[in-house]
Design a protein around this ligand. Structure first.
Ligand code: FE
Length: 227
């Protein structure tokens, strides 16, 4: 038996990982795989899809920074880092970046802690590579609650990018009526849900040139739903 639903019971958070290519280009992505794996020395691990631009950069430069996202993080921020590739886009161009160790940056918005890791071990784990290393720099940024992956799914109604370690191919779409329900008068309102990232647009029709503000796909990826 390999019940994929079982994996959803493993709690995790959401983290923005930043690194830099050997040419100095900033790259980053959002993951749910940051874990403290030792206390002495304080050591973190992440695992990243082999196809990610961030993975390639960490292979080249051997270091990354990580921020722990809070529940105030928006779908727009998570979508920017989770549903686009750093090969096509400078994800940092329109958000605040603060320089930190190893010539890296971190993004302080909606973050409650940050770390810089020097990678000492790489483990090939199939679809992903696990990077493990001691923490070179750590700082608590706020006392706000860290966002859990469950919060992302249940409150923000977010979906899992296909390259994520926790991606389940047959991931279902939760009943949209649980979100807002029908109006008191019994009228049914309609909207549109992005089938890739889960973003919901509350309007009757979408223009032909509509693009998802989170993941960038076109109107054809939106399905009509009851609100
Ligand atoms: Fe989308």
């Amino acid at each position: 038996m390999l019940d994929k639903i079982a994996f959803r019971s493993i709690p995790s958070g959401l983290y923005i990982i930043s690194s830099k290519t050997s040419e100095g280009r900033r790259v980053g992505c959002v993951v749910n795989t940051l874990i403290q794996v030792a206390s002495e020395p304080p050591t973190l691990s992440i695992s990243l899809n082999k196809d990610n631009a961030t993975t390639q950069a960490i292979m080249e430069t051997g270091t990354f920074s990580a921020t722990v996202l809070t529940e105030s993080a928006t779908m727009e921020l998570i979508g920017l880092f989770g549903f686009h590739s750093s090969r096509d886009l400078d994800k940092f161009q329109d958000i605040e970046c603060i320089p930190c160790m190893n010539d890296l940056v971190y993004t302080p918005a909606n973050a409650c802690a940050r770390f810089v890791v020097k990678v000492e071990h790489r483990v090939d784990v199939g679809s992903h590579i696990m990077f493990v290393g001691p923490v070179a720099d750590a700082e608590a940024l706020s006392s706000d609650s860290a966002m859990t992956y469950a919060y992302y799914h249940k409150v923000l109604r977010g979906k899992t990018p296909p390259k994520a370690a926790s991606f389940i191919a047959e991931e279902g779409i939760d009943s949209p009526t649980e979100q807002t329900g029908a109006t008191a008068a019994g009228d049914v309102r309609y909207g549109w849900r992005c089938s890739l990232c889960g973003y919901i647009v509350e309007q009757e029709e979408l223009p032909d040139d509509f693009k998802c503000p989170i993941c960038g796909v076109g109107k054809e990826f939106f399905e009509r739903i009851e609100l």
